[in-house]
Write a protein that binds this ligand. Sequence first.
Ligand SMILES: Cc1cc2nc3c(=O)[nH]c(=O)nc-3n(C[C@H](O)[C@H](O)[C@H](O)COP(=O)(O)O)c2cc1C
Length: 234
Amino acid sequence: MNQTSASQTQALVAATSSFAMLRTLSLVAGLSGLLVVLAYQITLPLIEENKRIAIERALFKVIPGAVSRRDFIVTAQGIVPADDSSGDGKLIYAGYDEQGRLSGVALEAAAQGYQDVIRLLYSFDPACQCIRGIQVLKMAETPGIGDKIAKDPQFQENFVELDARLNTDASGLANDILMVKHGTRSEPWQIDAISGATISSRAVARMLNDSAQQIVPKIMADLDRLQDAGRGAE
Ligand SMILES: Cc1cc2nc3c(=O)[nH]c(=O)nc-3n(C[C@H](O)[C@H](O)[C@H](O)COP(=O)(O)O)c2cc1C
């Protein structure tokens, strides 16, 4: 074999092995992508089901006195029963007492906390126009510091009757729900922070304010529809 044909053979071998490597890499990448999609498709219903169970459990804790519920969707046109709606909107859960009277409305709110997004369920009671309770659904706040938002009794007291009254033109809240430093709460719409966990406490105040500013006017505008539905609640 002369020198020219030897170098030609070497170039051919190099090209073939690069091609084989690329082919293998593409195959591995394709397979990995497929596996990720498959894993997502398989786990999605489980995740959704777990989420549903978590909400179901939290629901009757945040609405005092509720024994049954009906689900609604807040659409641009107003509040409609969830089973009648195919459109997009915010899901809310109306809770009713044994006589079928509306006890409160629960809904999800979320905001960035210290570590990650905090997700919770809270309830709004139209009778007092106040927030009656919160239940944390998901968080990754630091154990012993930020995670106190879920259990700390003093912090939970903020939500026994947190003011969320409508303003005079019914377009939002009369007062922003605001976090204040621990021990300085002076107004019923303020949230007394957990000492040493201001960031997590502020996240709770922010998500409640953002959510209530939008949803409370809609709940109050369609209150009759929510109340009437109590007769058929499960
Ligand atoms: C390791 C570590 C974890 C922390 N985790 C949280 C947390 O989960 N939530 C929180 O609000 N603050 C957390 N902090 C404290 C905040 O950095 C900040 O100091 C605190 O929120 C301020 O609260 P204060 O105004 O009452 O002092 C953590 C601090 C450290 C060093």
